[in-house]
Each structure stands twice: as C-alpha cells, then as structure tokens.
Design a protein around this ligand. Structure first.
Ligand code: SAH
Length: 355
C-alpha cells in the first residue's frame, strides 16, 4: 500500500476529494504523510527555509520578540511559542540570542505546535537543555501572555480552490481518470465564505480558501488580546490571494502537485488578509504587511552580518554574504516573503513593523 493506493481507494469510496483533503493526506497522513515520515529541510532535502539559511534569521526574530516582551513590562510567566518549528533551528537561534535579556529565560515556558513525530524528535535534539512542551494545536496554548513565531507554517495548511462561475463557485476536486489522479470541477454553488471575492474577481478566476488558518489565528489572537504578547507570522504570499498557487517542491525543483503524492512538499501562498481579519474578530491588532527584506533590515541584519563577517574569510565569508543576500534581496526571498505582526490593541506594534 502506498499513498497513491490509499488516495485512489478513498476516491473510489467517497468520490472526488477537495484539494484540502488531498493536501492533508499528502502532508500529514499518519503512515504516508510527507511531514510525518521525514525531515524535508536543508540542502539535501526538498526545500530550505530562512532559519536553515542563516542563524541571523532566528536571532533577529528572537530579539524582536524579547524587545516586545520588555516593552510590555516583562510579564512573567509567559508562553514562548512556535508553530511548525521544523528542525528547531529558529527556536535554538532565538534562545541563544535572548540569553542576555534579563528575566526572559526565567519567565518563558516554551510551547511547540508540531504535527510530525519525526520533526518533534529533531526539535527535542536541537533544544536539548530546555524543556519545551509539544502541542497538537494552537488552541491548547496556555491562557497567559503569548510571544509567538510562525515561519512557513501557514503555507502548509490545506487550501480549497474555487473557480468563479457567474455569482457562484465551482470547487476544484481531485478524482480519477483512467486510474490516475486528475483535477475536475464540482457543480457551481453559492459559497458564503467567498462573498467578498465577488467584488474583485471575474468569470473564470480561481481563488483559494485556507479554512484551518482561521481557528489557529483566532486562538493566538485571543490570547494576545486578553493577556498581552505578540506574534510574527512569516510566509510567502500576499494581502489577498488570486490564482492557483498550489505548488509541489521535490529536491528543490518544482513538481506537478498530483505527481508522486506524499513524496513532495505541497504548499500554497498565504492570504494574509484572511489572517488579519481572523485576528481582528478577537480584538487583536495587526501590523502592515511588510516584505521580509525590509523587516530584517529594520532589525539590523546588516550590522549583524558585519559582526559575523569580521573573523571570516574565503568560502565562509562568501557563504555569509550569500545568506544575507538570499534573506533580504528583493529578487531572492526579500520580497516574496512577507511578515505580519499581531499585537495587543493597547501596546506598541512589534519592532520592525508599522501599524
Ligand atoms: N518553521 C520551520 C519549518 C517549516 S516546514 C522552518 O522555517 O524551517 C512546516 C512545519 O510545519 C513543519 O514542522 C511541519 O511538520 C509543520 N506542520 C505542517 N502542518 C502542520 C499542522 N497542521 N499542525 C502542526 N504542524 C504542522
């Protein structure tokens, strides 16, 4: 039995499935899921993320969160949380960078929201000496001040795709054609959740809806609004999604999303407007959506790179310069990736971000 067999059997039994159900099985099926069964990160894996490119990323995120914690009067105890921590690299860099912040480590309770047993094991190793707690979902985070980071977490949450047909929407579904997985369309129907998209789309446009992002964002926002804290959400995407952004990556190369299910990373662009609106329903403030490059420059990445460069030469120096460029340059990750901050209504927005 493989994931393809499982998907075909499921389609034969229940009919064509939504893109969201397909993504959920591909990424997190307990036996065959992409994240459940492997560590996909790094140069030898399928993709590389900002914290894996350079320690500067996690260090600056850590100092930004610690500054917000100081600005809010150093509440103790507080939750230091990460959604989808991957190998634990960002959290390890964050913890090292904040060691000198008086009281921060004594007051923090580390919580990691992670679905993959394989990656939980990697995180435990990276964070040896600390005592993180693992959670399955964000809604079990403690009711206390919450300082949180999520890098490339929301892009892994399952999306549904709809094509506009008059004032209605046809859902894109995955079925079988000659025994192979194939896209199809369901009959057009009204979609109350897409009512606002009737204003900015026309016939035939494809829009995406990430339903699980809403309760996750609301769980975080509710804690920040009630108890204080702040969240930094970093991902690729834009204020509003338009068009098909479902993509598969395998060995750093694009692959067809229906090709070899469970063997490639599957992601979609993040619709940051949907996250901001979900936060707003809980009385939480949100910052302006800011390109990653601008955010990191404001936090002082160039000074940090200079300090790290001082003792280096040759290949090590070149690799540091390349990492700085990769994280910040508009033609690399600098513009494609965006940062959204969530903060309590009465507090200042987070360092590096504007209201
Ligand atoms: N933040 C890390 C890893 C990004 S990959 C980095 O920047 O390197 C996505 C991460 O989210 C993985 O750790 C994956 O296992 C986790 N993940 C994906 N879907 C999840 C879900 N529904 N619940 C919890 N964790 C999830």
């Amino acid at each position: 039995m493989s994931l393809s067999d499982h998907l075909a059997a499921r389609i034969r039994a229940d009919g064509p499935m939504s893109v969201a159900d397909y993504m959920a099985d591909c990424l997190l099926h307990p036996q065959f899921g992409y994240y459940t069964t492997r560590d996909p990160l790094g140069a030898k894996g399928d993709f590389i993320t900002a914290p894996e490119i350079s320690q500067m990323f996690g260090e600056l995120i850590g100092l930004a969160l610690a500054q917000a914690w100081l600005d809010q009067g150093s509440p103790a105890p507080f939750t230091l949380a990460e959604l989808g921590p991957g190998r634990g690299t960002l959290m390890a860099d964050l913890l090292r960078a904040t060691r000198g912040v008086p009281g921060f480590h004594a007051a923090m309770q580390i919580h990691l929201v992670e679905a993959s047993p394989t990656l939980r094991a990697a995180q435990a190793k990276a964070l040896e000496g600390y005592a993180p707690q693992w959670l399955d979902t964000a809604d079990t985070l403690p009711a206390q001040p919450l300082f949180l980071v999520a890098n490339e977490f929301f892009d892994a949450l399952p999306i549904r795709q709809f094509i506009r047909t008059g004032g209605h929407w046809s859902e894109r579904r995955i079925g079988l054609a000659d025994g192979a997985l194939a896209f199809g369309l369901s009959p057009a129907a009204p979609q109350p959740a897409l009512a606002h998209r009737l204003q900015d789309t026309s016939e035939g446009d494809l829009v995406e809806l990430c339903e699980p992002a809403v309760p996750v964002t609301q769980a975080i926002a509710a804690r920040i609004a009630a108890h204080g804290g702040g969240a930094l959400i970093v991902d690729y995407g834009d204020w509003r999604a338009l068009g098909d952004t479902l993509q598969a990556l395998r060995a750093h190369e694009p692959a067809g999303p229906l090709q070899d299910p469970g063997q490639a990373d599957l992601t979609a662009h993040v619709d940051f407007e949907a996250l901001a609106m979900a936060a707003k329903t809980k009385g939480c403030g949100f910052t302006r959506l800011t390109p990653q490059g601008v955010f990191l420059e404001r936090l002082g990445i160039t000074d940090r790179a200079r300090a790290l460069a001082a003792p280096l030469q040759g290949a090590a120096l070149d690799s540091l310069i390349a990492a700085h460029r990769r994280l910040t340059h508009p033609e690399e990750m600098g513009n494609l990736f965006k940062v959204l901050g969530l903060y309590p209504p009465q507090a200042a927005p987070l360092p590096g971000l504007n209201p």
